[in-house]
Design a protein around this ligand. Structure first.
Ligand code: XIL
Length: 367
C-alpha cells in the first residue's frame, strides 16, 4: 500500500500541536513513496539530497525524524542546509540553547544563534526540540557563587525566559539532562545548592512557561536494561507519582557498535517507560565504529544494523514518537573530539549516504 495511504489522522500522537501537524501533512503530501535502495558505501554513491528523504518514511509512520544542528553551519554551508532540509522534520540545537551559551554573564542573555535555528526550522515547517534547560555540563560558571536563594531564582529565570521566548515554536523541551549518576542522583551544582527537588521544580516552571510543550527528562547509558536504566525509571515513576508534569523521556543512544545494548533490552525498557504514560524519544543517536574489530565495510555493516535495530524498536512502539540523530554528516560530529576519530553518522564526510542511512530508512518503512 502506498505510504501516503497508510497514515491516518487518528494515529497522530496527542502531544503534537499544530506546527508539527503541518510538517507531517506536508511530508505526507509531498513524497514519492518507497523506493528500493541499494546500500552503498561507495565513494561514488548518491549524496544526501539524491536519496529518499527520511521524513517521507517517518511521516508514513507518524514519527518525527531529526538531527542536532549547528547555527554556524546553517549560516555557512549550503550543502549542510539542503541535506538537513531534505531529510528531517525535527531539529534540535546541538549547543545553542544551553544555559552556559546563552547567559555567559548573569543577566546578559544572547539568544542570537538559538533564534537562527528556530527561524530556520519553523520557516521550513520543521518541528523544534529545545535542548536543554538544566544540565550540569552547560551551566554558567557564575551560578556556583550564588546563595541558594539567588541560585534558585536564577534557574527559575532562565527556564521562564527561555521556554517563554520559544513558546508555540518549540514543541518539546529537554528540561533536565543527565541528572542520574553512577549511583543515584548525580552530584551537581543543582543538587548541592537546591536539593533533590530541583528536578521537579524545573519541570513545574517549564510547564508554567509553556502549557503545551512536551517536557522531557533526557539521559544516556540507560537505553537497555541495567542499574542506570532502573534508576532513570525509578526517578520518572517517582516524579509522575508526585504529579510532576514530565511527559516524555529521551534515551540519548550514543552507541558503540562494539558493545551496544541488545535490541530486545532496549525494547523492554522503552515499553516499561511507555507504560508509565511517557512518550519516548530516541534523542541523540550516533554509533561509533572505530573499535569494531573488522574491515571498513564490515564496520559500516555493523553500524547499519545498529541504526536499523534501534529505529525499528521505536517504530514498533506506539509511544515512541521520534528519533533524533546527534548530527547527520561525519564531517561534523562531537564524537571525534569526545571519543577519538570515528565515523558515527548517516552520511559520510562528503554527504554520501552510508549503509547506516539505509538501515534507518528500512526500519522506518518496517523492512
Ligand atoms: C555535546 C555537543 O555535541 C558538543 O558540541 C559539546 O561540546 C558538548 O555537548 N549529551 C548531550 C548533548 O545531552 O548536549 C551533548 O552535546 C552530547 C552528550
Amino acid at each position: 500500500m502506498p505510504w501516503s495511504r497508510r497514515r491516518s489522522a487518528e494515529a497522530l500522537p496527542a502531544w503534537i500541536g499544530l506546527a508539527p501537524l503541518v510538517v507531517l501533512l506536508h511530508v505526507a503530501c509531498g513524497g514519492d513513496g518507497p523506493t528500493t535502495p541499494t546500500p552503498s558505501a561507495s565513494p561514488t554513491g548518491p549524496t544526501a539530497t539524491q536519496v529518499e528523504p527520511l521524513k517521507n518514511a517517518a511521516g508514513a509512520t507518524v514519527r518525527l525524524v531529526g538531527a542536532a544542528v549547528q547555527a554556524s553551519l546553517l549560516r555557512s554551508d549550503t550543502t549542510y542546509v539542503s541535506a538537513f532540509a531534505h531529510h528531517f522534520n525535527y531539529a534540535t540545537a546541538e549547543n545553542e540553547m544551553k544555559w552556559a551559551q546563552i547567559e555567559r554573564q548573569q543577566g546578559q542573555r544572547d539568544y542570537g544563534p538559538a533564534d537562527e535555528i528556530v527561524a530556520f526550522a519553523t520557516g521550513r515547517g520543521i518541528a523544534v526540540k529545545g535542548h536543554t534547560l538544566v544540565w550540569h555540563s552547560s551551566t554558567p560558571a557564575w551560578l556556583e557563587a550564588l546563595t541558594t536563594a539567588d541560585a534558585r531564582r536564577a534557574v527559575e529565570d532562565h527556564i521562564r525566559t527561555t521556554v517563554g521566548r520559544y513558546r508555540g515554536r518549540v514543541v518539546a523541551w529537554d528540561v533536565v539532562n543527565e541528572a542520574i549518576g553512577d549511583s543515584g542522583l548525580r552530584d551537581t551544582v543543582y543538587l548541592r545548592k537546591l536539593g533533590p527537588d530541583y528536578i521537579a521544580e524545573a519541570f513545574r516552571i517549564a510547564r508554567e512557561a509553556d502549557p503545551d510543550a512536551l517536557l522531557i527528562y533526557n539521559d544516556y547509558g540507560g537505553e537497555g536494561l541495567g542499574r542506570k536504566s532502573d534508576d532513570i525509571y525509578a526517578l520518572l515513576q517517582g516524579l509522575l507519582g508526585r504529579g510532576v508534569p514530565v511527559g516524555g523521556v529521551g534515551l540519548q543512544m550514543h552507541l558503540d557498535a562494539a558493545s551496544r545494548p541488545a535490541s530486545a533490552d532496549i525494547a523492554t525498557n522503552v515499553r516499561r517507560l511507555a507504560e508509565l504514560g511517557l512518550l519516548v524519544n530516541i534523542s541523540e543517536m550516533d554509533v561509533r565504529i572505530a573499535r569494531v574489530p573488522a574491515d571498513a565495510s564490515a564496520r559500516l555493516e555493523e553500524q547499519r544494523r545498529a541504526y536499523h535495530d534501534v529505529v525499528a524498536v521505536c517504530v514498533a512502539e506506539p509511544r515512541c514518537v521520534g528519533v533524533t540523530f546527534w548530527g547527520f554528516t561525519d564531517a561534523h560530529s562531537w564524537v571525534d573530539q569526545a571519543f577519538g576519530p570515528d565515523d558515527p553518522l548517516l552520511f559520510d564526510d562528503s554527504y554520501r549516504a552510508k549503509p547506516a542511512y539505509y538501515g534507518v530508512l528500512d526500519a522506518l518503512w518496517r523492512r
